[in-house]
Design a protein around this ligand. Structure first.
Ligand SMILES: NC(=O)c1ccc[n+]([C@@H]2O[C@H](COP(=O)([O-])OP(=O)(O)OC[C@H]3O[C@@H](n4cnc5c(N)ncnc54)[C@H](OP(=O)(O)O)[C@@H]3O)[C@@H](O)[C@H]2O)c1
Length: 246
């Protein structure tokens, strides 16, 4: 009697186990000022957080199978998206990951400068998700350095991109490092699972200085609610880790 009634439950559990998620877990990591800005009105690189926060950024990066950034952040911050700590790289390898996470860049226009630092460093694959609006000359220049995923139409389908990352590249954990426009578009499609925020003791002001979701007035179709899962105070900053509540 007991065995018979537990069978459907076992079957359901095993089905649950065998159902692979269709996209990676998406974590977004930002430093913000007290007035919610992620940069100044001149879009200067995000250097306003402490050394400790920058160390943590690298540690968070080290958890990822892939990192995601928008073209705006890539151009303004001009970072190779590496992992400067040998110890963190060794830990990744011991966990069965590659030494460096993959690097994923998003651009609808496809107009990405090939002189950026990311293209000068060859430590991990670079994937560019863009559209067929990318000019042919640029495709020829970029394709030896990056794998191009170009879809027809005006905009990248973010759900399809995440599905591709999960299925083809086996990405289980994706860390998005901005910027605001990418974050807003992920939120609008309910594709964010966790949000990490370092609240820095600075106030920038400025109508043109972007907030977490872009300029004031940038539209989000619904309120995003979150649950605080961690709070850490160090170096005069507050690091907050939230889970998105669905
Ligand atoms: N404080 C922080 O933690 C932090 C973190 C990250 C960035 N930032 C700052 O944020 C500023 C940049 O913000 P941003 O909003 O301009 O940056 P962004 O989101 O990185 O870049 C915007 C560009 O990325 C592409 N893009 C955005 N969403 C897309 C989507 N859904 N599909 C396809 N392409 C998409 C578009 O490129 P195309 O125009 O080529 O189509 C768009 O113009 C910089 O000043 C940077 O320093 C701060």
């Amino acid at each position: 009697m007991k065995a018979a009634s537990s069978q459907p439950l076992r079957a359901a559990r095993s089905k649950q186990r065998s159902t692979k998620p269709s996209r990676p877990k998406v974590i977004v990591n930002f430093a913000i000022t007290w007035d919610g800005k992620i940069s100044t009105r001149n879009l200067t690189p995000a250097t306003f957080s402490s050394k400790g926060d920058k160390r943590r950024l690298v540690e968070i990066r080290a958890q990822a199978d892939a990192l995601l950034v928008g073209k705006g952040t890539l151009e303004k911050d001009d970072m190779p998206m590496g992992l400067p700590s040998e110890a963190l790289r060794q830990q990744r390898v011991a966990r069965g990951q590659t030494a460096y996470p993959m690097r994923v860049v998003l651009s609808n226009s496809g107009r990405i400068k090939t002189s950026l630092k990311i293209f000068q460093r060859d430590f991990s694959p670079i994937l560019i998700f863009s559209t067929t609006r990318m000019p042919q000359a640029l495709r020829d220049e970029l394709s030896p350095r990056a794998t191009l995923h170009l879809t027809a139409g005006d905009a990248v389908d973010l759900r399809a991109m995440l599905a591709e990352l999960r299925k083809t590249y086996r990405v289980k954990k994706l860390v998005c490092e901005g910027g605001a426009e990418v974050f807003r578009s992920l939120l609008a499609l309910d594709l964010v699972d966790e949000i990490y925020i370092t609240l820095c003791p600075a106030i920038f002001g400025g109508e043109k200085a972007p907030t977490l979701t872009g300029l004031a007035g940038a539209f989000l179709p619904q309120t995003i609610s979150c649950k605080l899962v961690k709070m850490e105070v160090a170096d005069g900053e507050c690091f907050l880790r939230y889970k998105v509540v669905r």
